[in-house]
Design a binder for this molecule. Structure first.
Ligand SMILES: Nc1nc2c(c(=O)[nH]1)N[C@H]1C(S)=C(S)[C@@H](COP(=O)(O)OP(=O)(O)OC[C@H]3O[C@@H](n4cnc5c(=O)[nH]c(N)nc54)[C@H](O)[C@@H]3O)O[C@H]1N2
Ligand SMILES: Nc1nc2c(c(=O)[nH]1)N[C@H]1C(S)=C(S)[C@@H](COP(=O)(O)OP(=O)(O)OC[C@H]3O[C@@H](n4cnc5c(=O)[nH]c(N)nc54)[C@H](O)[C@@H]3O)O[C@H]1N2
Ligand SMILES: [Mo]
Length: 756
């Protein structure tokens, strides 16, 4: 399937959306659902009484159109609402070894899981198991552990607030803070950076701020593929003259031009121009770039005092300005430009856009977070905003654009290995003493499994094996566990590389009706901008045997704590899952910002969580927003080495593959490709279409991703791109961001070896 003969390369398009997006939506959706179910489902998406799109975490506008969805949201829904099913006969037909030999696309296409399955020790196949028996297996293993810290409980970011709250309660009542989650692989660096700089680990803007901004810098983010509804927001901004700058090693098509699929009069042309300026920064060059832009701004202020700096804001609300200013002015231009890989003129154009803008927003995603020095790089972007007072006023602020649709809500609900500030309250309300030590994050969990310190691995969603770095090492670690258990909607590789014993617990998805003894239920989620809203599915569940995530957690609680010596915590597990209003009442009682939770949902359907930084209340060490100084780092690359970023194609949702194309990059029918600059290809004696192995040179020994095809692409010299998860084998476990410990999967040093 990935033979070079099948690979089809075209010039990348210079725009996104339009008829192409509609055609792709129709193709994917109809293949999974059929016309009636498709129409019914998509009309409910992101509507006040419908379900929250399981795709990205971009917010819904106040005035929604009938079709508040995008191509990739529709694909995410089609994946879940598919009519394809995996039943017990499927597992009888296919051994685990047989399934493990299939590729990710095939696994993604088999359909929804329909009943609990169990792989006993030494068995070649999964076999059906009743729910009660599955919970009994889990409870048996958990009780048998040396201590609660010998279990780890992963969460992916689709889990609702209700399920997440109950889950962390269960885990902490069991006695551990081992709550690794997908945030550890995603925006952790943003959280660390913003807490230190601004005192709040979240973004400070609301959707309406985009309507007021004069300039928006989109940094290390590919919204055309990963947050398509953001293009509608950017389009509206561009149309009223807001300046948009894309800082990215690639000229991503969605930031070039955008034709709204619901504005057919725009289709014939290229659509609206989005970015005025493309800044082709070198991979990992952002820290140097933003220091350069800040230096330019400070030089300008020195030359014409009072024209650049928001002196009142800096004096009243910040600390550390003078030290930072001196350090920045002292940086040598030539080194900054060389490290950024950007010329002086481009830096001056960025600075000019910033100077002319009274209201500036910076958005970013994985291009900033998945680097060794991610935290300080993000802090340099914050310094840039602080300089002109762009925090805590309309039309301005920081906007880390989250990934999974409820990853931010899960954190608010306490899904984190670092215990939340409200830990004492949790213990008080439920009558137990929560553990206080820090637990294991994703990388820590893998290391602990390797040492044999974690024997039970439980996952509420996600695909831990394929999402984590160092795939082969992670696989060996998982195989050391006595039990691995996954609550899932679809089959994935984490079901196939298992502990001695393995469980698959199939659950309801966002699109499905959830009826509990108290009646039909809805759940709540929090988007990238701190807005909490309802999500209610309407489809008939994929199977009558599915259970909701809150129900699964509650059943596990009941199974584990029944007959617990001393009675265990005071948690009426079953009653909570009978009526989610009871869970929300506890959340309102324990988690700050949720007073009147139920009432606000009833009255408004949604509400905004408080955000101190937005009010210029900076709860940092100095009680002010902090200008933070970091050293200028120099990239080290050997003469035959490239710096590789692992990115998403247009046809995937993280580890789930919808197809083998990357339409906006002109690549079709193949994913094992490595994008290189044409000049580098010539210089290294390679040719287009050549088969090569990628050899990782970081860490404790060579890691090889075999059989990639060379594709010439407009990318900075000595930079390379390949797709996640195929390239994850190349990312050593130790190769991770300082402090946030996020795998540095956007900056992996590799050599390229021709295949014999
Ligand atoms: N359809 C779809 N939607 C998704 C997802 C999906 O897989 N599919 N995933 C969801 C999740 S969990 C997340 S976190 C988000 C991810 O959303 P993105 O962060 O947009 O996803 P990536 O493909 O990782 O893209 C990173 C971008 O950063 C650029 N980049 C890489 N290195 C650097 C660098 O050093 N500097 C700069 N300035 N740019 C760099 C890349 O060229 C690329 O454009 O999307 C969410 N939405
Ligand atoms: N090299 C490299 N690695 C990366 C990244 C990268 O850019 N490069 N990105 C990282 C990022 S940003 C992230 S967020 C992680 C993603 O890591 P994960 O969140 O662990 O991975 P996903 O692929 O999103 O998980 C897909 C699985 O979730 C299950 N699922 C889907 N919907 C539901 C649901 O409603 N409930 C339950 N219980 N299960 C459900 C399905 O079984 C599906 O197979 O990957 C990270 N890994
Ligand atoms: Mo993510």
């Amino acid at each position: 399937m990935n033979e070079p003969d099948d690979l089809d390369l075209q010039e990348p398009p210079n725009g996104a959306g339009g008829l192409g997006a509609l055609a792709a939506t129709a193709r994917h959706v109809l293949a999974q659902m059929g016309p009636v179910r498709a129409t019914r489902t998509l009309l409910r998406m992101n509507q006040p009484d419908g379900f929250d799109c399981p795709g990205c975490a971009w917010p819904e506008p106040e005035h929604r159109s009938a079709f508040e969805f995008c191509e990739n949201g529709a694909k995410a829904v089609a994946e879940e609402a598919t009519e394809r099913r995996i039943d017990r006969a499927f597992f009888a037909r296919h051994s685990v070894a047989d399934l493990a030999a299939r590729d990710d696309f095939w696994l993604s296409q088999q359909g929804r899981l329909t009943e609990p399955m169990w792989k006993p020790v030494g068995a070649a196949h999964y076999e059906p198991l009743a729910w009660d028996a599955a919970f009994a297996r889990l409870a048996h293993h958990l009780r048998g552990l040396r201590c609660p810290n010998a279990a780890a409980f992963y969460t992916s970011g689709r889990t609702s607030n209700e399920a997440a709250f109950l889950y962390q309660l269960f885990v902490r009542a069991f006695g551990t803070n081992n709550l690794p989650d997908c945030s550890n692989l995603c925006h952790e660096s943003s959280g660390f950076a913003l807490i230190e700089s601004l005192g709040v680990g979240k973004g400070t803007v609301q959707l309406e701020d985009f309507d007021a901004a004069d300039a928006i810098f989109v940094i290390g983010q590919n919204p055309g593929t990963n947050h398509p509804r953001m293009l509608t927001t950017l389009q509206a901004a561009a149309r009223r003259g807001c300046r948009i700058v894309s800082v990215n090693p690639l000229r991503e098509a969605g930031l070039d031009h955008f034709a709204h699929p619901q504005e057919p009069w725009e289709w014939p042309g290229r659509g609206t121009r989005i970015a005025d300026l493309f800044v082709p920064v070198r991979i990992g060059g952002d820290a140097a770039l933003w220091k350069a832009v800040n230096k330019s701004l400070l030089e300008h202020e020195a030359a014409r005092p009072g024209t650049v700096l928001d002196a009142a804001f800096v004096d009243d609300h910040t600390s550390g300005f003078e030290a930072w200013r001196a350090a920045t002015l002292a940086l040598p231009w030539d080194v900054l430009l060389a490290e950024a890989g950007v010329d002086r003129l481009t830096v001056e154009r960025m600075a000019e856009i910033a100077r002319r803008s009274e209201r500036t927003i910076c958005t970013w995603a994985m291009g900033l977070t998945q680097h060794i020095h991610a935290v300080e790089t993000i802090q340099e972007v914050v310094n840039f905003l602080l300089l002109r007072g762009n925090i805590g006023r309309p039309g301005a602020g920081v906007c880390p654009v989250r990934g999974h649709s409820n990853v931010q809500g899960d954190r608010t609900m306490g899904i984190c290995e670092r215990p939340p500030a409200w830990l004492d309250r949790l213990g008080e309300v439920f009558g137990f003493a929560p553990p206080r030590h820090e637990g294991l994050d994703v990388v820590g969990t893998i290391e602990a499994m390797e040492r044999g310190d974690v024997g039970v691995f439980f996952a509420l969603g996600g695909n831990f094996l394929s999402a984590a770095p160092d795939t082969e090492r992670t696989a060996r670690a998982l195989q050391r566990c006595a039990l691995t258990a996954q609550v899932s909607t679809k089959l994935n590789r984490s079901h196939l590389v298992t502990g001695g014993e393995a469980l698959i617990l199939p659950c309801l998805g966002r699109t499905e009706r959830d009826v509990q003894p108290a009646g039909p239920q809805f759940v709540t989620v929090e988007n990238s901008m701190g807005v909490v809203s309802r999500s209610r599915g309407h489809l008939e569940p994929a199977s009558p045997h599915l259970r909701s995530e809150p129900r699964i957690v509650a059943d596990l609680g009941t199974a584990l704590f029944a007959g617990h010596p001393g009675g265990g915590p005071r948690v009426p597990w079953g009653a909570l899952a009978d009526d989610y209003r009871r869970i929300r009442a506890h959340i309102a009682d324990v988690v700050p910002g949720f007073d009147g939770y139920e009432r606000k949902l009833e009255a408004e359907g949604s509400f905004v969580l408080p955000n101190a930084a937005r009010e210029r209340d900076f709860r940092t060490d100095t009680g002010r927003a902090r200008f933070l100084v970091s050293p200028l780092r120099r990239a080290e690359l050997g003469p035959d080495e490239w710096l590789l970023m692992t990115i998403r194609s247009h046809d995937q949702y993280n580890t789930t593959l919808y197809g083998l194309d990357d339409r906006y990059r002109g690549i079709a029918n193949g994913r094992r490709v490595v994008l290189l600059a044409p000049e580098d290809i010539v210089e290294a004696g390679l040719t287009q279409g050549m088969q090569v192995d990628l050899v990782g040179v970081d860490g404790d020994g060579a890691r090889v991703a075999p059989d990639f095809t060379v594709v010439p692409y407009a990318i900075p010299r000595r930079n390379a791109a390949a797709y996640f998860p195929e390239a994850n084998v190349l990312v050593p476990l130790e190769h991770r961001a300082e402090r946030s410990r996020t795998p540095a999967s956007k900056a992996v040093r590799i050599r390229i070896q021709r295949r014999p």
